[in-house]
Design a protein around this ligand. Structure first.
Ligand code: SAM
Length: 293
């Protein structure tokens, strides 16, 4: 058990429901900066499972040490996830219990935890998720942008052509959009977003829960000038205002222009026809006929 000083509630919490289940994988959300953001349940489960699978076996011991938890660790990360996933599942099938912690935040959100959950589901292994910190949700709640409806895009691909195509697909999305980005790629990504979306408000949520936490709301054009002067540092979540709600016809765009917009964004002609038909809610054949007049 943990030597972490617990309150009366935790000491008396011996309900069946909160006991570790043999053969289950626990997804344990961990702090995204502030080590105090651990839940009592997270500490309890990490203290009681048979072993912990960690994305970063150098950082996780620091967190475990902070809470006095000593457990065998196995590494599980992007480049060993296939064979290590099989190994973890075989131990789970033998009745051991395992907690998965990824680099920071909620496992399976933009990290290899996603693959382990798929493997467990395919193998009939029970998965239990402990809610906790997640950079996307923390950023969204701080942004001041609409939170009722939102889309989580995670990391955009680094392949420039595909990224532009993806951004063009997202450009009419009216819900608030959440993107993860590394600081050294931020300015290039901003240029691509600006090209695809035009000028929009973005909340740049940086170093969340850490000493240098910062939320800066700027338009994309302001941000491009700002980050030319100030080198982006630390971890970022971008929360982007959704597109204005209007039909393509209301933009005064003809069907041919609408298709061309997608082609200019890198789509093939057939994909552009499909996308324009979907946007307008009309048959592909109608768009095809119009474009080939
Ligand atoms: N599973 C994690 C979660 O629940 O948010 C995300 C893992 S993903 C590999 C890492 C990305 O999350 C970073 O590149 C950054 O975009 C974002 N992130 C993580 N911690 C952050 C923080 N403290 N402040 C801002 N963004 C953060």
């Amino acid at each position: 058990m943990s030597s972490f000083k617990t309150n009366e509630w935790e000491k008396t919490d011996q309900t069946e429901h909160n006991k570790v289940e043999p053969g289950a994988l626990y997804l344990v959300a961990t702090p995204i900066g502030n080590l105090a953001d651990m839940t009592y349940r997270a500490v309890k489960i990490l203290s009681e499972v048979d072993f912990i699978a960690a994305e970063d076996t150098r950082n996780t011991p620091k967190l475990l040490g902070r809470y006095g938890i000593k457990k065998p660790l196995v590494s599980y990360f992007e480049h060993n996830k296939r064979e290590r996933g099989e190994y973890i599942v075989s131990r789970l099938k033998n009745g051991e219990s395992c907690a998965l912690v990824t680099d920071a935040g909620t496992p399976a959100i933009s990290d290899p935890g996603e693959d382990l959950v798929v493997l467990c589901r395919q193998s009939g292994v029970k998965v239990i998720s402990l809610p906790g910190p997640c950079a996307a949700i923390t950023a969204l709640t701080l942004s001041g942008l609409p939170t009722r409806h939102f889309v989580f895009e995670g990391f955009l691909t680094t392949a420039r052509g595909q990224r532009k195509e993806r951004l063009n697909q997202l450009s009419d999305e009216t819900r608030t959009l959440i993107i993860y980005e590394a600081p050294h790629k931020l300015t290039v990504t901003l240029k691509d977003i600006y090209e695809a979306f035009g000028d929009r408000r973005v909340a740049f949520c940086r170093e969340l829960t850490k000493i240098n936490e910062e939320v800066r709301v700027m338009t994309l054009s302001e941000a491009l000038s700002y980050y030319e002067e100030v080198k982006p540092r630390g971890e970022f979540v971008l929360v982007i205002e959704g597109a204005e709600e209007k039909a393509p016809e209301e933009n005064g765009m003809s069907i041919a222009e609408h298709v061309q917009k997608y082609i200019d964004g890198g789509m093939t002609k057939m994909d552009a026809i499909k996308a324009a038909a979907r946007d307008r809610g009309i048959p592909k054949s109608e768009v095809y006929a119009e474009v080939n007049k």
